[in-house]
Design a binder for this molecule. Structure first.
Ligand code: GTP
Ligand code: MG
Length: 138
């Protein structure tokens, strides 16, 4: 089995969607291994989003992720890394298919960064790295 890091981003927490997002993860049959409501630091976000440094949306992305608490989650199950990304849907909530978290619950608010409710690790390597950052004691 694998593990993935899911973040309910500040827009999801603010809109009261944390429970709905956890419900979808559990309904799919994945197991919750760790859940923590936390306010991310600049340092943690710089490491988490290192691959995006220098891109035009990097600064607004970090500012958005600092705008409120984030729910950090480790979920476990066979195929959970691509499986959660399927549940999340496309990065752009307007393009995300109905049935997905972003497709059902997200929309384009015309802001500087996609406020798309969730993050999910995109590979085994990213998952191991990101879980180490957000849950150093796990
Ligand atoms: P995550 O699960 O959050 O990592 O989303 P992703 O893997 O679908 O997207 P990616 O890692 O490429 O980008 C990380 C985040 O940056 C996205 O979730 C968006 O919030 C934001 N982002 C990515 N690409 C763009 C873009 O082209 N324009 C804007 N405005 N924001 C973007
Ligand atoms: Mg990503």
């Amino acid at each position: 089995v694998s593990r993935t890091l899911v973040l309910v981003k500040p827009d999801g927490v603010r809109r009261g969607l944390s429970g709905e997002i956890l419900r979808r993860i559990e309904a799919k049959g994945y197991t919750l291994v760790a859940v923590e409501l936390t306010h991310a630091t600049d340092e943690l976000l710089a490491q988490h989003y290192a691959e995006h440094e220098g891109k035009p949306f990097y600064a607004p992305l970090v500012e958005f992720m600092r705008s409120g608490p984030v729910l950090a989650v480790v979920a476990e199950g066979q195929g959970v890394i691509p499986g959660f990304r399927s549940l999340a849907g496309a990065t752009d909530p307007t393009a995300a298919a109905p049935g997905t978290i972003r497709g059902d619950l997200g929309r384009d608010w015309g802001l500087k960064v996609q406020q798309n409710l969730v993050h999910g690790s995109d590979s085994e390597e990213s998952a191991a790295r990101e879980i180490g950052l957000w849950f150093p004691n796990l």
